[in-house]
Design a binder for this molecule. Structure first.
Ligand SMILES: *Cc1c(COP(=O)(O)O)cnc(C)c1O
Length: 356
């Protein structure tokens, strides 16, 4: 359910579809995460949502930003010239390897050799692909990311004064609960590194937006495991997902071969998350419409794209009328910035910000 401030703002937005970001809510959430983490450093993974207004709020709380391309690097340095940046990502170019950083996450022995050849100074975390079992994850980061223990061992003798080994990096999976993440952290922290970045991937639930990752348990667990070592995490989704809303209106309702549909302005070219993850995007219908209606029945919410994949949510039992306002929640991460904006050439959404 959306709160009264968001509801009021959604109803007064000019010309939906539009994105609405609740900046005070983001500020409160990240402040609470920061408190729960105690001595563990918090970086924000910019790829989850690089919106400058969100980054300005985050910058007041985080210890740094994780960037994964020259583009993200330039964007964040442009906004916060002095911010600490951890630069990661598979397939870094020579130009990217030369970018100034606080930490560079090296993904392979060949990448490390290219870094040495570049003749620059670098502070490196080696990205381990730990091959640990991660059942229950939404997306595991096995595959091409990082390197196995043998390649980590091949890298170790290559370090020197200019290119320094600072520690280990491991982003294990996406969508893990605090207990599972702590179990994996314990296995990683059995290794003798003074500095370890444990990545992001904290679970969020699109089925029940109210159930949140247990930051208190994770923070306390990491503090106990760390024992004086420098630990860092770099969440994306679990920091920004809750502060974003996609607000739109119903243009048509109909029944096709027994199935009820509400057709909305916009579509998954603005909010791709439900199409990529295959979930129902949580939504609230605000009864602003006076047009033809569907009453208290399973309704599938679709957009304006000419593809059957343009589905926000399927068979949601509700009443809905033409002209109603529909507010999609949990649209603050991997939403607008992962969407295929130009498909069908509909107008782009406006962006609005709730401020304190
Ligand atoms: C994507 C990514 C993150 C953030 O993951 P979330 O699931 O959004 O928390 C952190 N670190 C790395 C290396 C990533 O690729």
């Amino acid at each position: 359910m959306i709160d009264a401030r968001v509801q009021e703002a959604a109803l007064s937005l000019p010309g939906p579809p539009a994105y609405l970001y609740d900046l005070p809510a983001l500020d409160g959430h990240v402040a609470a995460v920061r408190r729960a983490l105690g001595p563990t450093e918090l970086y924000y993974a910019v790829k989850a949502n690089p919106d400058a207004e969100l980054l300005r709020v985050l910058a007041g709380h985080v210890d740094g930003f994780e960037v994964s391309s020259a583009g993200e690097h330039a964007h964040v340095r442009g906004l916060f010239p002095g911010a600490r940046l951890a630069l990661g990502g598979p397939g870094k170019t020579d130009a990217e390897l030369r970018l100034p950083h606080h930490r560079l996450h090296v993904e392979s022995p060949n990448e490390l050799r290219r870094l040495l050849d570049a003749g620059v100074r670098a502070d490196v975390l080696l990205r381990l692909n730990p091959g640990l079992p991660v059942e229950g994850a939404a997306l595991t980061m096995s595959g091409p990311f990082g390197m196995d223990e043998d390649d980590v061992a091949r890298c170790l003798p290559l370090f020197g004064d200019r290119v320094r080994l600072r520690g280990l990096h491991a982003h294990l999976a996406s969508g893990l609960a605090a207990g599972r993440l702590l179990g994996l952290a314990e296995r990683l922290l059995a290794q003798p590194y003074e500095e370890v970045n444990l990545g992001g991937g904290m679970a969020v639930s699109y089925e029940s937006p109210g159930s949140r990752f247990d930051w208190a348990a994770y923070g306390a667990g990491l503090a106990a495991l760390g024992r004086g070592r420098r630990l860092r995490i770099e969440p994306g989704r679990a920091l920004t997902v809750y502060c974003g809303y996609y607000v739109t209106k119903v243009v048509d309702v109909k029944r096709v071969r027994g199935r009820a549909y509400a057709i909305l302005l916009g579509g998954t070219h603005h909010l791709r998350t439900p199409a990529t993850k295959g979930h129902d995007q949580p939504l609230t219908v605000l009864p602003t419409g006076k047009g033809p209606a569907l009453a208290d029945e399973p309704v599938t919410f679709v957009g304006q794209l000419c593809t059957p994949k343009d589905v926000f949510a399927g068979n949601i039992v509700t009443s809905v009328a033409v002209g109603d306002t529909v507010v999609f929640e949990m649209a603050g991460a991997y939403a607008w910035n992962i969407s295929h904006h130009d498909f069908l050439m509909h107008p782009k959404p406006a962006f609005h910000y709730l401020r304190a």
